[in-house]
Design a protein around this ligand. Structure first.
Ligand code: NAD
Length: 336
């Protein structure tokens, strides 16, 4: 039995997480869910976006399965996602984007894994105003050798372990010579230790152009925090949208699994949210736990339902009569 902290989250979170939990429970994996709260909903209920009880649960389980959390724009509390990644030192954010059979997109055969540094860079949270009038603001991008080395090592080892051939480092070392320069130096040093994996260097703006013109040239991609965040929404768009893309946040002794997308306020409460991204996050979590049979059985069922294109949400088929719940039920029914 594996204990997992369950945070259903805000907006579309509870509806898609209910489907994911139902499917994981039906897969045969033995999970003891510890349900807790975080995000805007927790703030409204408990006056804090991250109650102590939630942290105590993750301290115990070292494993969280999380729905999207709303972060107020501008004023309000800081991102709980960023806070959790920093608190548990979840330094590697792994976001695979692979073409799906049955999902029509501009490109076929896309298979890109974004490995994003998850604890520092421009999301280090070091921001302040320089004047009392608050008319000059400063955000500091922190890049350390330690964090660069461990994320590069993660990316190259991931490539090696998953029979991949190339790691593209996306950077801006031509302008940000110190911070991005350090990241690029470490990429070159790490590549020298993995002679079977090709190192490809691309300046981030050019990388975006290449990615939307010829995405098949990319394999594993590694970037600092904000570039990796932006690139993973881009890759989601290449393979059918945010409703399909999952992410793992991995640390030395803790891990958190979630969708790449947010709480989608524009479709909340309409039974329209695609549960696939959080279900695939569940698949990544089951592999992490060594529950490979359960993970494979869910993945096969999801692929079947997506390919059939009938019991799917409107982002996958505009003529569908099905929604979040019907898609979840169809996936359970497709599991053998
Ligand atoms: P979003 O990802 O919530 O939505 C972007 C677009 O994608 C919307 O049109 C939405 O309807 C669509 N979309 C997202 N998930 C979908 C799904 N499962 N099925 C179908 N369509 C889906 O991004 P946003 O609107 O910029 O952010 C909303 C909130 O989510 C913000 O408060 C933001 O901070 C938060 N957010 C949280 C996370 C997280 O918890 N990891 C990630 C990103 C954004």
């Amino acid at each position: 039995m594996h204990s997992v902290t369950l945070i259903k989250g805000d907006g579309i979170g509870p509806s898609i997480m209910n489907e994911a939990v139902k499917i994981i429970n039906a897969s045969g994996a033995k999970i003891n869910w510890e349900e807790t709260h975080a995000g805007l909903g927790a703030f409204q209920l408990f006056n804090t976006p991250i109650p102590e009880e939630t942290l105590q649960s993750i301290d115990r389980t070292r494993l969280a399965f999380k729905g999207p959390l709303t972060t107020p724009i501008g004023a309000g509390f800081r991102s709980i996602n960023v806070a959790l990644r920093q608190k548990y030192d979840l330094y590697a954010n792994v976001r695979p984007a692979k073409s799906w059979k049955g999902v029509s997109t501009r490109f076929e055969n896309v298979d890109i894994v974004i490995v994003r540094e998850n604890t520092e860079g421009l999301y280090a949270g070091l921001e302040h105003y320089l004047t009392p009038k608050k008319d000059i603001a400063e955000s500091i991008a922190v890049v350390t050798r330690l964090a660069s080395e461990r994320i590069m090592d993660y990316a190259f080892k991931y490539a090696q372990d998953n029979q991949r051939k190339k790691v593209t480092v996306c950077h801006k070392a031509n302008i940000l010579k110190y911070s991005q320069g350090l990241f690029l130096d470490v990429a070159r040093e790490t590549a020298a230790r993995y002679p079977n994996i090709e190192l490809d260097e691309k300046i981030i703006d050019a990388a975006c152009m290449h990615m939307v013109m010829n995405p098949q040239q990319f394999d594993v991609v590694v970037a600092t925090n904000m570039f990796g965040d932006i690139l993973s929404d881009l890759t989601a768009g290449l393979v059918g949208g945010l409703g399909l893309i999952a992410g793992a946040n991995i640390g030395k002794d803790a891990a958190l699994f979630e969708a790449v997308h947010g709480s989608a306020p524009d479709i909340t409460g309409q039974n329209k949210a695609n549960p696939t991204a959080v279900i695939m996050a569940g698949v990544m979590m089951l592999h992490h736990l060594g529950e490979h049979d359960a993970a494979n059985s869910i993945q096969t069922a999801v692929e079947k339902v997506v390919e059939e294109g009938v019991n799917v949400t409107p982002d996958l088929n505009p003529n569908t009569k099905a929604g979040t719940v019907e898609m979840g039920n169809a996936i359970v029914a497709a599991m053998v």
